[in-house]
Design a protein around this ligand. Structure first.
Ligand SMILES: [Mg+2]
Length: 313
């Protein structure tokens, strides 16, 4: 949802919409309500009990008005300034799974079938919620430990076999995310540097990049498992910046998982979150700059237009 004025475009995201609809942001509301009610009670104690009710009501009403005002300011300000402060933009970093392509259903299918085959969870298929919580965006070592806590060797062999099945499925079914061509052109037209930064094993990453026709597009492919720490640590993104010789102050990230958003934010960059599969409320906890549905989302193009304008000055 976007709106525009003469000199700027204001992007309205979901959190801002909640503020507009419900009148306050819960965190700001509580932050401001508590001191004001405390002040009201103190003031009342100084001025007699007969004033208690009206003063508390006035305090609460005043809190709601103030918190709404501050929440709106914070929503508009953070989105508007978060990308424009990067101008002139120098580089863009992309996660791969769920960010360049909607590959999570293939991972989920492979895990579900193979885990059921070995009688995991008493032979009951894993749910999508379990997959999102335990697997999505995580490094294979961590997944192996989570699935087979007492037998890492078995876990590692299992995730290796699962990757073989995933690559077979990907070769048959992998498709780019909606609008990826458009954002690719935007980046190429501006001559920006670009890298893929992923927790996937190298064989998966290179296969997906190649299937998507992006082998010549990316100047580097950074693998979490080849860094000291994989995502959610910032190392893979810092390594991506280093490979491109780009500054974090002029680079932004596209990510679709909680783990990936945390990694990009920890590396000091704004992260545009893609709500491809993972629930928006979980993604928001990792503090993306804003969320988009895919690369066709008007919210993205409004922000990129703002970035262009800021770079032209
Ligand atoms: Mg991902």
């Amino acid at each position: 949802m976007t709106g525009s004025s003469a000199n700027s475009v204001v992007v309205v995201d979901d959190s801002m919409l909640r503020v507009l609809l419900f009148g306050f942001n819960v965190n700001n509301f509580l932050d401001q309500l508590i001191p004001r009610v405390a002040f009201s009670v103190w003031w009342t104690s100084q001025n007699g009990m007969s004033c208690l009710k009206p003063v508390i009501y006035i305090g609460i009403f005043y809190s709601i008005i103030c918190s709404t005002y501050h929440s709106l300011l914070s929503c508009c300000g953070s989105i508007k300034s978060s990308l424009t402060k990067l101008a002139p933009v120098e580089a863009v970093l992309f996660d791969i799974d769920g960010t360049l392509c909607d590959s999570d259903p293939l991972h989920y299918y492979a895990f579900r079938e193979m885990l059921q085959e070995i009688g995991f969870n008493g032979g009951v298929p894993i749910t999508e919620e379990f997959f999102i919580e335990t697997v999505a965006g995580k490094h294979n070592d961590d997944i192996a430990l989570a699935l087979f806590p007492g037998d890492l060797e078995r876990g590692l062999k299992f995730v290796d076999d699962k990757e073989t099945l995933f690559r077979k499925l990907a070769a048959e079914q992998l498709k780019p995310l909606n609008g990826l061509d458009k954002v690719r052109k935007w980046i190429e037209d501006r001559g920006l540097k670009r890298a893929a930064v992923t927790n996937a094993p190298r064989a998966n990453a290179e296969l997906m990049v190649s299937l998507l026709g992006l082998s010549d597009f990316f100047q580097a492919v950074i693998i979490g498992g080849e860094c000291e720490h994989a995502k959610p640590h910032p190392d893979p993104y810092l390594k991506g910046l280093e490979a491109l010789k780009a500054s974090k102050d002029h680079t932004f990230v596209f990510e679709d998982s909680v783990s990936g958003i945390k990694a990009g934010v920890a590396a000091g960059m704004p992260v545009i979150g893609l709500a491809t599969r993972n629930p928006e409320h979980l993604l928001m906890e990792a503090k993306p700059t804003f969320l988009i549905k895919d690369y066709e989302d008007p919210k993205l193009w409004a922000a990129l237009e703002e970035l262009d304008k800021a770079g032209a000055h």
